[in-house]
Design a protein around this ligand. Structure first.
Ligand SMILES: [Zn+2]
Length: 361
């Protein structure tokens, strides 16, 4: 796949990031699409740690749950690019030419996925209204991408779709989407209205030319030709993921598997962050608790606003956390990596958009 790689002359970031994403001073990264899709930078291994960890904990694969939940995210994504009216036109060769769908896939959807570091998708076979087969190279998660693909196909074709996936002889996963019913599935519609965020005044070192924070262009190597975003300092692969994926997947997991899921998520995240950061040894010299969270704003994780020391410990407040359970686990894990000691903690959402993590010291 060829990409025009005219990079920012000042900070070297790729044009995609300034064209499609906006860093707010509230700790969020928002898409410039009409739904203002929120995204977050996370390590790919961190996502695997969550999904595999939950599977191991409950003793069964959650791939189908993840796939089903992500379908709605895929629909929402494509609906911001393609007005619904187009999908309502009668399915004729004139109004719904297959060539237009191919172009949409090749020039809009695939580059979008690649530049977010999600991997590469290649269309192998496409039969309008019936079937769509695509292969994945370097996918950050097969069930998530299969869910995205199924949601997109359902939305464009207005039919129910089922997906299967397998690894082909060259080792790459292939996803097959097949028509399963005349009507698209009725998953819960994700909120379309613009989320409101608590206003913040986080300092961001924004590039004056492309409006992307310097931390982002200094930290990452963008390789859209491979569909990979790599952190230069840690060597880890990262991905820019819609935060809606987490809400959809975790909501579905809770519905299917019960309310112990948030506690599992928090614990998996705490251990991942603690063990990986302890190994890298990058935060040992930080001066205080808030300085442990200094990458939160430019990663879109949330806006850390205070760390207040009281009698029993320290209360840390993060506004606009992208996902309260994951962020609470991160804070505890960072603290444990910094001090080298286990910490007891609890967390509450004081109000929508304000997370308080209380470390008991
Ligand atoms: Zn720039």
């Amino acid at each position: 796949m060829k990409f025009r790689l005219k990079r920012c002359p000042v900070c070297d970031s790729i044009p995609f990031y300034s064209r499609y994403l906006e860093w707010t001073r509230d700790g969020a990264i928002l898409g410039r699409d009409k739904a203002r899709t929120r995204v977050v930078f996370l390590e790919v291994e961190e996502i695997h740690n969550q999904l595999n960890g939950i599977s191991e904990k409950i003793g069964l694969s959650i791939d189908r749950i993840v796939y089903n939940a992500e379908k709605e995210v895929g629909k929402r994504f494509i609906s911001t690019l393609v007005p619904e009216i187009i999908t309502r036109l009668p399915r004729t060769r004139l109004t719904r030419p297959a060539v237009a769908q191919r172009l949409l896939g090749r020039y809009i959807i695939s580059p979008y996925i690649a530049q977010l570091g999600m991997g590469l998708t290649t269309m192998l076979d496409y039969r309008p209204g019936k079937m769509h087969v695509f292969s994945l190279m370097n996918p950050y998660s097969v069930p998530v991408l299969a869910g995205d693909g199924a949601g997109i196909f359902e939305y464009l074709e207005r039919i129910g779709v089922e997906a299967t996936w397998e690894v082909d002889s060259s080792g790459n996963p292939t996803v097959t989407l097949r028509k399963s019913s005349e009507r698209p599935g009725v998953e819960e519609r994700l909120a379309y209205e613009r989320a409101s965020y608590l206003p913040g005044n986080a300092e961001l070192n924004i590039c004056p030319v492309c409006q992307v924070p310097r931390e982002v262009s200094e930290t990452f190597d963008f390789d859209p030709a491979q569909g990979i975003v790599k952190n230069r300092f840690s060597g880890c692969r990262e991905v820019v993921m819609p935060t809606q994926s987490f809400s959809a997947i975790f909501r579905e997991l809770e519905r299917e598997l019960g309310d112990e899921i948030p506690a599992i998520i928090v614990d998996l995240e705490r251990r991942y962050v603690r063990d990986n950061l302890s190994e890298r040894g990058t935060i040992l010299g930080r001066p205080d608790v808030l300085s442990l969270l200094m990458d939160f704003t430019w990663r879109g994780i949330g806006n850390p606003v205070s760390a207040i020391r009281g009698k029993g410990g320290t209360d840390i407040t993060i506004e606009n956390p992208f996902n309260p359970s994951l962020v609470a686990g991160k804070v505890a894990g960072l603290y444990e990596a910094w001090t080298g000691k286990p910490v007891r903690f609890n967390w509450t959402e004081e109000m929508p958009g304000r997370l308080k993590v209380s470390l008991m010291l």
